[in-house]
Design a protein around this ligand. Sequence first.
Ligand code: M6R
Length: 615
Amino acid sequence: MCGIVAYIGPSDALPVLLDGLRRLEYRGYDSAGLALLNPGGIEVRKAVGRIANLATEIEKFPIRGQAGISHTRWATHGAVTRDNAHPHADQSGKLHLVHNGVIENYQSLREQLQERGHIFHSQTDTEVLAHLVGEAFDRSTSRDGAALIEALRQALRQVIGTYGISVIHAEVPGLIVGARRGSPLVLGIGKHEHFLASDVSAIVAHTREVVYLNDYEIVAIQAEGFEISTVSGTGADFQVSKVEFTAESVDKGQFPHYMLKEIHEQPNSVRDAMRGRLSIEEATAKLGGLNMTNAELRAVDRVILTGCGTALHSALVGEYLIESLSHIPVECEFASEFRYRNIPLDRDTLVFVISQSGETADTLAALRESQRKGHRTLGICNNVASTIARESDGGVYMHAGPEIGVAATKSFTSQLTIFALLGLLLGRIRHLSHSDGRDIIAEMEKLPDLVARTLELETQVAAIAKKYARANNFLFMGRQAHYPVALEGALKLKEISYISASGYPSAELKHGVIALVTEETPSVFIAPQDAVFEKNLSNIEEVKARKGPVIAIGTEGDTSLRKVCDEVILIPDAPVYLSPILSVIPLQMLAYHIANELGCDVDKPRNLAKSVTVE
Ligand code: M6R
């Protein structure tokens, strides 16, 4: 949800900022802009649309500077126009600011500023913040860095909402200030140069030494140093961290899209989710990050899983996996509902929030609400230094590596792998015997190879995608743990191909959905060989009786599906608690190839952004 990159140092800031923005484009791509400080003052360039448009604008009207701030926008306040693109200036025109987040009280602040003679040129909340900081700076008698930092403090004390910001001022060359509350901001430490960014992927090509800022912290960077303080004016403790991944891991490599690359990374990401977490000796999973003793885990009598979008779908699969392995009741709740619903929680309920980015506003709010009620609340996150990872009482990292494609893929299968680990751990301190545990571990260890074999189906899936890409509506159906996989398959197709698609439990067909079945409406059934296979088959027959085309995902060796279905994709056999990790892969590939066939922008779908840091 908007991306910020700022640079100060001896190099030309422009290529650093443009490259950083391209890497952050997944966070929003409605418009982009930058402001560079040079001896002549500050120059600004903006463009509606992608970073490529901004680059074209700069080719036409070149600028240079050794310090600058930049932004790629996902619109919240005000239409997608050049005037609403960041950076925004203050009343003097000398201060420029980029912002990620939402200033909730911007209307009243704007009216107060207008009464004091301020004139606004955009409909954004951000411009109000720029005017507030500029006004406070102009009240100051000094014109130095300390005055700019103090002005920022004064302004931030007046705002209600969330922000990750970077600010430059023409009268204070050699300094960039930033601050965060609720929207991520990371400081990159280089040799004689410093960076600010919404995400390390924007700066990892230049430095792997970073400081993840905390809420209410202010950072001031110069070429030769940095200073971190708080909005209230005190000093702040900080820790320098080393980024785990390299610049190469945030490149597309040989793949045309991040989504396809990430789909193909799944044998490794699933392996990495399990790495070091299976104990053959004790026949259980080891999840030290939970920060819970076996006695504490033994006392858990209910589990709540919450998240948004794909993370919620993974939770719904997790409900089946954890219940089947541990026999502990599990419930799932959209984080956006959980945060406002006063859900009764018993003392021994364990709450998990699930988020790839670790920054999703609704999921973060659910975490805080659960903690406020005194519940131990754990996180399942991919982004190691994210707000959710840092605020939760413990948890499990996915270790999936950066996921850049807006459509979540490898994070989903990593989350399912973690739920299987969790089910094993909770089950082993209850009814599962040592040999049960050993059997489950043996099955889990086969998983990366099974995922790799499933990926070999791509040529077949691509051909099916080509055949059905022009359909206007798709139905996805499955039973038990494959029902949420159907939801996920439908979501993938919707978000990247804009084809209407919905997911249902197969048996719901006759309760209304069957009215949608026509010769032009493909139904995708996830029907592996399991206890409900025959039931699924009957539902498939019902669709075929109405001439609806059926694409079925079955198990290798199956011979019944071919007799009824138009297309059959056979995935490797796996136990029920692992099979959703395989069955979702053809659906990811189907969505990808359909979107590609239709010429859609797979990695940056319409109206979306990778991490949703606003409510
Ligand atoms: O970063 P998170 O896992 O918290 O993100 C949650 C959803 O916004 C995300 O899964 C979204 O639904 C994806 N675009 C789905 O592909």
